[in-house]
Design a protein around this ligand. Structure first.
Ligand code: S5P
Length: 465
């Protein structure tokens, strides 16, 4: 089969539209096994009869999980069995089959297939609700000596299943959450506003993860990232865990050589470097991006261009791809205002976006009302991985907070600072963005280390409280 030329998000959309067309997802009135009337119904089993879409789904799921993390693939019976088989065929890894009931004769085996104790296994599930069927399946695999760390699911119904598994130490990757699926279908005009609201109302009524009770809990970066479908959110979370760091260095220099120098000093302590390419006097659109990419890969951190897009969609797309910066060619993430509305921000879909929800400068016009509206846009936009915020974010978005300094309360130009401890405990920040607190220090390397340690400790405390 010819490989699709569409990008990850376009293929996700294509897959959902297919599901709708073939009644794999249905909207209406359905009586569930429990007797509850549901405004939607999902059954992925018929998917196996369409080999093209099954392959497409296999590709998407394989892209969710780093391939070096597992040797075998196992589908939870029955819906995920063909999906796991398609994945195995695609990535050339062996699959094993977990029986629904143990064999009553012969070998009485629970797991079928050729495997060795100690091998790592990726578990595949179609839909995760409470996580019960996965929690029943995993001990059977583990009792055979298999190591299970990662689980990939097509759809997270947002009914605490992911949390239940995370609490047991598993990493869950979901291709879609129910909310994300609804937002895509709404954006594609495939469901009406009423159908959208009925399903959201139903989810809330089923006492699932409503925005209200989500706000009570402080979620970890890893949890948030596993609920995000964007690979950059997951990569950032992975780097953060590996380096025990929540620190993004804001290298606001006007000479490229100074950026190189500060990176050399701070690279072990940061998860990302944030630059303003448009203030670099000697920015060379070919040489500097290549150099930045090379040192970022080597130093295991990401590149954030703080472009703060804030125009109409068409202009933003041109600003992302054209001109001397050619940001799309080298940056992993960009910042963007939501001021131009949802459609405008959608034009940046080829890159991970951090939406500006509120600003740290004195007198900023980003009121609570504005921030809430911007957050709503970010939440319903697939490629928005987080928000730049001076307030608590009550959702799954990663929270990035600039305006952090251990020694100063602000500058003469209206910048306002808070301490790492304050932002982690009060705002539930995930990443701090620190500029002059580090770059103006006489020993930036040591200072970056100090910020990293204080931030990580405050972050850990905030998870416990
Ligand atoms: O609200 C904001 C948003 C951003 S991205 N306040 C900010 O200060 N920033 C950026 O963070 C700002 O553009 C600068 O690059 C950095 C803060 O730098 P510092 O030197 O004040 O720590």
């Amino acid at each position: 089969m010819k490989k699709s030329t569409l990008n990850f998000n376009e293929r996700k959309r294509e897959f959902l539209l297919f599901c709708l067309e073939f009644n794999i997802i249905q909207f209406g009135e359905f009586t569930l096994k429990s007797g509850v009337i549901s405004p939607f119904y999902i059954d992925l089993r018929p998917l196996a009869t369409n080999s093209r879409m099954l392959r497409r789904l296999a590709d998407l799921l394989l892209e969710c999980v780093p391939s070096e993390e597992y040797e075998l693939i196992c589908g939870v019976p029955y819906a995920a069995l063909p999906i796991a088989t398609a994945m195995g065929l695609t990535c050339d890894k062996n699959i094993i089959i977990k029986r629904k009931e143990a064999k009553k004769y012969g070998t009485k085996k629970n797991i079928e297939g050729l495997f060795k104790s100690g091998q790592s296994c990726l578990v595949v599930e179609d839909v995760i609700t409470s996580g019960k069927s996965l929690l029943e399946t995993l001990p059977d695999l583990e009792s055979e000596g298999l190591t299970v760390k990662n689980i990939v699911v097509v759809l997270d119904r947002m009914q605490q299943g992911v949390e239940a598994l995370q609490n047991k130490g598993y990493t869950v990757y979901s291709l879609f959450t129910l909310m994300e699926m609804l937002h895509i279908l709404k954006a594609e005009n495939q469901i009406t506003e009423k159908e959208f609201e009925d399903v959201v109302g139903f989810i809330n009524q089923q006492s699932t993860l409503t925005p209200a009770n989500k706000s009570l809990e402080r979620k970890s970066i890893i949890e948030k990232a596993s609920n995000s479908s964007h690979p950059i959110a997951k990569k950032l979370a992975k780097i953060s865990e590996e380096k025990e760091s929540n620190l993004i260095l804001s290298a606001d220099y006007t000479e490229f050589s100074e950026i190189e120098k500060i990176i050399e000093e701070c690279k072990d302590d940061i998860v990302a470097i944030k630059i303003h390419a448009d203030i670099i006097r000697d920015f060379d659109s070919k040489f500097h991006p290549e150099k930045l990419r090379e040192i970022a890969n080597k130093g295991n951190f990401l590149l954030l261009e703080d472009r703060k897009f804030g125009d109409i969609g068409n202009t933003q797309k041109l600003q992302l791809t054209q001109g001397p910066m050619k940001i799309l060619d080298w940056a992993d993430m960009v910042t963007a205002h939501a001021i131009g509305g949802k459609k405008a921000i959608q034009q940046l879909e080829d890159i991970a976006v951090i939406a500006i929800l509120s600003m740290s400068s004195e007198g900023a016009l980003t009121t609570d009302e504005y921030a809430a509206a911007a957050e709503e846009i970010a939440l319903s936009t697939e490629h928005c991985i987080g928000g730049v915020s001076q307030n608590k974010i009550n959702s799954q978005l990663l929270c990035f907070t600039p305006g952090v300094n251990m020694d100063s309360k602000g500058d003469a130009s209206g910048q306002q600072y808070r301490t790492p401890e304050y932002v982690f405990s009060e705002l539930h920040t995930d990443f701090i963005i620190v500029g002059r607190g580090i770059i103006n220090s006489s020993t930036p390397g040591e200072t970056a280390k100090m910020y990293r340690k204080r931030a990580w400790a405050a972050y850990q405390d905030s998870l416990l409280s």
